[in-house]
Design a protein around this ligand. Structure first.
Ligand SMILES: [Zn+2]
Length: 143
């Protein structure tokens, strides 16, 4: 469920995305809000500027939360983001323990607006070499 308070913060994320464009960066913006709706931190996409494929705002905020917030606090935050987080970012969001994500454009909507936004795929092969590959895992988790 998305409330009127959520929409207010979501509009701020869209404003951050618009501001990113004026700075020469890609049009994606996000913020992380605490349980009372207070903005903790904001970020926009700096992939081009930083020459860093991981410089998506959602991942920046997730990494910040993992570093700066305790688990309980992180679980009470909400990320507001101008577009639905990509696969890379959702992984970081889940690992950082954020409580919730509210986004404006769904991935399908973004792709309809810009077909170049299709998330690429890569061929993956496996599993293989189980007995060999399990050794470092067993060594780490059973000691
Ligand atoms: Zn992303």
């Amino acid at each position: 469920m998305i409330t009127a308070a959520d929409e207010k913060l979501l509009r701020r994320a869209i404003d951050i995305a618009a501001q990113a464009v004026t700075l020469g960066d890609a049009p994606y913006g996000s913020l992380l809000a605490g349980p009372d709706g207070e903005i903790l931190i904001e970020a926009h996409n700096t992939v081009r500027r930083d020459n860093d494929i991981a410089a998506h705002p959602e991942l920046k905020l997730a990494r910040w939360a993992a570093r700066e917030l305790d688990e309980r606090t992180a679980a009470r935050t909400t990320m507001y983001t101008s577009c639905q987080p990509c696969g890379m970012c959702i992984g970081g969001i889940v690992r950082s323990g954020l409580g919730r994500v509210v986004y404006a454009l769904a991935t399908e909507q973004l792709v309809a607006l810009n077909p170049g936004s299709v998330w690429p795929t890569v061929e993956q092969y496996g599993p293989a070499l189980f007995e060999e590959a399990r050794v470092p895992i067993d060594t780490y988790y059973r000691s």
